[in-house]
Write a new protein. Sequence first.
Length: 122
Amino acid sequence: MQKKEEKHCVVFGLNAIRIMLVVFLLQVVFAEGQAQSSKNTRYIPATDITIVGKVMPTANPYYRVDTAKYSNLPKRVLDRLKQSAGLAVAFKTNSLFGFAYFTRAKVNGTIEANFFAARHSY
């Protein structure tokens, strides 16, 4: 006995069409943003502007503490002092840039959520 060949027809639901439309529009918006590059973009090294969060001036601008001066500290402590966690760069810009940052942490058995959003346009 021969098997009947079944033809499968893919029918998109309304939700699938909406999702495809949103994805398409996001691709268009992203491509538009990539196409408009500024000819007068200027990049400045972080070492030339204000770095905050350092304990003291160091030979390496991204170390928080001068590890050569305090070489008698345990290796694990020295390794952590070489990390740039806790440092920040302070600057002003005329860039049109938006971002959102969300963190979640469990503190004393309760979940604390922090949300930070910013939109810069000067």
